[in-house]
Design a protein around this ligand. Structure first.
Ligand code: URA
Length: 232
């Protein structure tokens, strides 16, 4: 993935990174200490490299963001649904960026754990595409005790979910206790984990994504996020 250092107008840098709108740029430049290579500027029309700009002594936010978040329950992975949107947990400036930051795939509102976000469409597609076969690990709490054949059924590669015709890829299930398992899947179909347990006569009452590929949230509290290096 390319690391950008794009050349564009100062006001275009500021507005695409959410510092201000294009029309607010003039005011922003008078109120904030915007510098190009250390020299204070007031004219937003000059074309400069992203890496040469600073605001109040800080380098500009990265041109592309890749974020790891510990999703709490009750927030929605969507830009336009009613309710508390996951983006509201990010700083206002990130929420105003253009292109918009989006989640890489989705978790249900009541699911907690690892969610990645980016404003790079190519990266988003690469990591969320059904063909990407990235491993995802979930801790699943069930309403009823396991009946005993679930691990074998999930590992078979023959389970077809209701309304679908293609069998799921084999999945690995480890029993933690009679009503809790750790499930590793390599695909991400709609409500996949809940539907898998529905298919074996059970119901998920709590779902936590422990890992997405190499990423986990062991050092992040619920609702916290960390900006990661952009993958190369
Ligand atoms: N599977 C589900 O059923 N829900 C999620 O949020 C993630 C995977």
């Amino acid at each position: 993935m390319t690391k950008y250092n794009s050349l564009k107008r100062i006001d275009a840098h500021l507005s695409s990174l959410g510092y201000c709108s294009r029309s607010e740029a003039k005011r922003f430049l008078t109120h904030f200490d915007v510098r190009v290579d250390g020299v204070r500027v007031f004219d937003g029309s000059k074309k400069v490299r992203h890496g040469s700009l600073s605001v109040d002594g800080e380098a500009l936010d990265p041109e592309q963001l890749f974020i790891l978040m510990h999703k709490p329950s009750g927030v929605i992975c969507s830009h336009d649904d009613a309710g508390v949107l996951i983006y509201s947990l990010l700083p206002l400036r990130y929420q105003r960026r253009n292109p918009k930051i989006a989640t890489i795939g989705r978790l249900d509102a009541d699911t907690t754990g690892v969610i990645l976000l980016t404003d790079n469409g190519t990266l988003n597609h690469q990591l969320s595409s059904p063909k990407s076969d990235i491993s995802k690990v979930y801790e699943v709490t069930l309403v009823q005790a396991l009946r005993g054949d679930e691990a074998e059924i999930f590992a078979s590669g023959e389970l077809v979910l209701r309304g679908e015709s293609k069998a799921l890829l084999p999945a690995n299930m480890q029993v933690l206790c009679t009503t809790q398992v750790r499930l590793e899947i390599d695909e991400g179909r709609y409500h996949q984990v809940k539907r898998m347990f529905g298919a074996v006569g059970n119901r998920v009452v709590a779902l936590h994504r422990v890992r997405f590929g190499e990423y986990d949230v062991e050092n992040l509290a619920l609702g916290e996020y960390r900006v990661l290096d952009f993958p190369v």
